[in-house]
Design a protein around this ligand. Structure first.
Ligand code: AMP
Length: 428
């Protein structure tokens, strides 16, 4: 029996991939940019487990949301407790925040995470059953300056990767009070057209009317064109918060559009929400998004503290980079590749390579019957230098050093060979 990867999952390989975005060096590059940029904005990493008690997600994200009701990987552990693979990062991070009483250790807290998430969705390009998210969560600060900082961080992240041509949409969902007033107004507006709504929106009508705004059905979208706007229902303080945010974004030279139909997939959002679209991605074009969750912590019986965060999907990030022609070099190539043309030569090359590796100089040893074959392999590995050792060199106590970039070569005495290499390494 042969085994195959489950549907909707993918391997990330150093080579031999069917699609370029699955090459590991892209992932390493993106991850290094993540760990760098968060330092500039003062965010610290917090890692939570891959699975949690199912109730955490039910409660945190909302029972009626698509992810919770249809897409969770839920199982019973051996003690018959219901567990779920995490479908997103915020709920678990807030659980950890409360459990470790981090609120007692300061006023403002800024965290980030990066790792796999699991959703049982219909797989298609840009949509997988395991995907990876980089996200941040900032707790304790209600100021619109923080909203602007979080949005700026997300956009700077894309910018540092070289990604261009993104659109950002923002909206405000208001407070739970203004949101429920709006939900009533929306229901009133849609009441007479109920029969014309898509099946999904009809279901949402009573369970979670705001989610109708997110409908992809063209007929629903037409009906929504004249729907009341969330922004008209904001309380004064929320309206002020949103206006200040818009001003700050403009001052930061961030172009954005206000989209009164923008709602996000989880129930914990209130106040500011935002989403970033990549035009290269096709149907699954949301590359990142987030918003405020000012009441999530207290709903978990935690402290009454506001929060805001974003998450961006690394698959879609790398796919966007590749479709925009941004290539990343594989940095793991050996610096020097020893080509041993016979058995005794292999023994010497092996020990030279080991000595260099111990000095943190990346080295590889290959066996080849012919120089040309050996050089081909060294070039394939993208080595900077090749060191060739055959019968003749053994006899003369020399070794040939070939610069694979400049295409020059010289015979060096074996006795001082390693010293010469180390000098070359430090001088480069
Ligand atoms: P969400 O938690 O749904 O707001 O998703 C945050 C980001 O994760 C999205 O903007 C996407 O970039 C990415 N994402 C969400 N679901 C998937 C998925 N099934 N496959 C790949 N990426 C995803």
């Amino acid at each position: 029996m042969t085994y195959q990867i489950p549907k909707g999952l993918f391997d990330i390989l150093p080579y031999g991939v069917d699609q370029e975005w699955k090459l590991i060096h892209y992932w390493h590059f993106v991850e290094s940019v993540i760990h760098d940029i968060v330092k500039d904005y003062g965010y610290k990493e917090l890692r939570t487990p891959i699975f949690e008690r199912t109730e955490l997600f039910h409660h945190g994200m909302g029972q009626t949301t698509d992810v919770v009701s249809k897409e969770m990987y839920t199982f019973f552990d051996r003690a018959q407790r219901s567990m779920s693979l995490r479908p997103e990062g915020t709920a678990a991070l807030m659980r950890a925040f409360i459990e470790h009483k981090l609120n007692t250790l300061g006023e403002h807290h800024k965290f980030y995470y990066c790792g796999p998430m699991f959703r049982y969705e219909r797989p298609q390009s840009g949509r997988y059953r395991q995907h990876h998210q980089f996200g941040v969560e900032a707790v304790g600060d209600p100021s619109p300056y923080l909203d602007a900082e979080v949005i700026d961080l997300l956009l700077q992240f894309y910018d540092r990767l070289g990604i261009v041509d993104l659109s950002i949409r923002i909206n405000s969902l208001g407070t739970p009070y203004s949101r429920s007033r709006y939900a009533e107004a929306l229901k009133k507006y849609l009441h007479s057209s109920f029969q014309q709504l898509s099946k999904e929106s009809q279901e949402r009508f009573s369970k979670n009317p705001l989610r109708i705004l997110d409908s992809k059905d063209p007929h629903d979208q037409l009906l929504l064109k004249k729907a009341p706007s969330l922004l008209d229902y904001l309380e004064d303080s929320e309206k002020h918060h949103f206006d200040v945010l818009c001003r700050l974004l403009t001052e930061l030279n961030i172009s954005f559009t206000i989209d009164p139909l923008l709602v996000r997939g989880f129930d914990y959002y209130d106040s500011t929400v935002f989403e970033v679209i990549s035009h290269q991605l096709g149907a699954q074009n949301a590359i990142g998004g987030g918003g405020r969750y000012n009441h999530l912590l207290e709903s978990f019986h935690g402290p009454h503290l506001p929060g805001i965060g974003f998450a961006t999907g690394l698959e879609r990030v790398i796919q966007t980079m590749i479709s925009q022609g941004i290539s990343v070099k594989d940095q793991t190539s050996p610096w020097i590749c020893f080509i041993a043309l016979e058995e005794q030569a292999f023994h010497s090359c092996f020990f030279w390579a080991m000595q260099l590796r111990h000095k943190k100089i990346s080295s590889e040893v290959i066996e080849a019957k012919k120089i040309q074959k050996g050089l081909q392999k060294a070039n394939h590995l993208q080595a900077r230098y090749a060191a060739i050792l055959g019968e003749e060199e053994m006899r003369n106590n020399t070794i040939i050093l070939k610069d694979l970039l400049q295409r020059e070569q010289q015979a060096l005495p074996m006795a001082s060979f390693l010293k010469t290499l180390e000098k070359l390494w430090t001088e480069q």
